[in-house]
Ligand binder design. Structure first.
Ligand code: SF4
Length: 369
């Protein structure tokens, strides 16, 4: 039940959102499927990035049936560059689940929505409230920060998006007006005004209700996270060429960049010396035997490019050292001479069907492909 405070917050947030919301294409639809796609894309991804992907994706897969019938490689290709490809796979699996077991339409209630692969409590709340204007709370990092500050919550555990107090407060706010408007208002306030650093409290529609502002605690909430540095892994990124074409391999179905196209990667000893200044060659290089073991190919002496490429995942950092090598001419007749499963030989500018992650694109660019 909405409390008097939730009522006051709802009365301030609703009109503010209507007047100040950003004009985003997915906000012009009430189609639950379209909202589902937007919410999945927006997880851990900036709005500006999603803007470039949502419309083309919806054009290619305009409804659940089309997405369900699509080949996974086409779905991953449409997702290429957005990152966190597991989301695309789950969305695809979810569409197939809806098509085969739920009659082709997304259910309305959050409980049923959560039976679909990839739809958790947050996404179910987003679809129910935004598409159906039904009061089902959703709390992400932005909303958790707003609610933590509004209530001057100083306990780091109670500041997290899964804290029960946040879900209860958000629920009360949604019940005090239009859930569609208020759910988006809370998210928008966190994204544009009540930002992690330097929130614009002077422009905030709920500053009169904000206990953190009243108690001068805005800068302390949320409590800064003590993050352990992500483990770093040094890898050779092998640019293996055969008759002008470069080898790409499909990554395993599990793990980082699962199922995506990549150069063959090999562990690089952490103590390997850096390239001497101004040289194209590193003193250390992947051994021919290691390349042969990893790919089944015999290659000529590799040439190591000087600058590595750094790629940061959520919990891991890759330092990728591009090393190019020609496949031995004697190996040319052996087209299937790799032991690495699905692979493709590409000409410059050519790309195989399926997901090409940003890190692969960077490496291809470095290698002139
Ligand atoms: Fe956030 Fe400042 Fe508004 Fe409080 S007054 S909710 S800290 S923007």
């Amino acid at each position: 039940m909405a409390t008097a405070r939730a009522d006051r917050l709802a009365r301030a947030l609703g009109p503010w959102f209507v007047q100040h919301q950003r004009d985003l294409e997915w906000r012009r639809t009430r189609d639950p499927y379209a909202i589902w796609v937007s919410e999945v894309m927006l997880q851990q991804t900036r709005v500006d990035t999603v803007k470039a992907y949502w419309t083309p994706f919806m054009r290619q897969f305009p409804d659940i049936a089309t997405l369900a019938a699509a080949d996974e490689q086409h779905v991953l290709a449409a997702w290429s560059g957005l990152g966190y490809y597991r989301r695309a796979r789950l969305l695809h699996q979810g569409a197939r689940h809806v098509n085969t077991t739920l009659g082709g339409s997304l259910p309305v209630t959050p409980d049923l929505l959560r039976t679909i692969p990839g739809i958790g409590r947050y996404t179910a709340g987003a679809i129910a409230s935004i598409a159906h204007d039904s009061p089902h709370a959703l709390v992400d990092g932005n909303v958790a920060r707003v609610l933590s500050r509004l209530q001057a919550i100083t306990d780091p555990k109670q500041q997290l998006p899964d804290a029960a107090g946040h879900w209860s407060m958000a629920q009360q706010i949604l019940e005090a007006g239009s859930p569609r408007v208020l759910a988006q208002a809370l998210m928008e306030l966190g994204a544009t005004v009540c930002t992690p650093k330097l929130p614009r409290c002077g422009e905030c529609p709920v500053r009169g209700e904000c206990l953190a502002l009243a108690r001068d605690l805005v800068a302390e909430i949320p409590t800064p996270k003590q993050r352990a540095p992500s483990p770093q892994q040094d890898l050779w990124a092998l640019g293996l060429r055969r008759q002008g074409k470069l080898l790409l391999i499909r990554r395993p179905a599990e793990g980082l960049l699962a199922g995506m196209w990549s150069l063959p990667l090999l562990g690089r000893p952490a103590a390997a010396p850096e390239a001497p200044h101004g040289s194209l060659f590193d003193r250390a290089r992947p051994t021919l035997a290691a390349i042969r073991t990893a790919t089944g190919l015999r290659v000529l002496k590799p040439e190591v490019l000087r600058e590595p490429i750094k790629h940061v995942f959520t919990h891991r950092v890759w330092i990728l050292w591009p090393a190019r090598a020609e496949v031995e001419p004697t190996d040319l007749s052996d087209e299937s001479g790799t032991t690495i499963g699905e692979h493709a030989w590409i000409a410059p500018g050519q790309r195989p069907l399926g997901g090409i992650p940003t890190v692969t694109e960077k490496l291809l660019e470095r290698l002139g492909y």
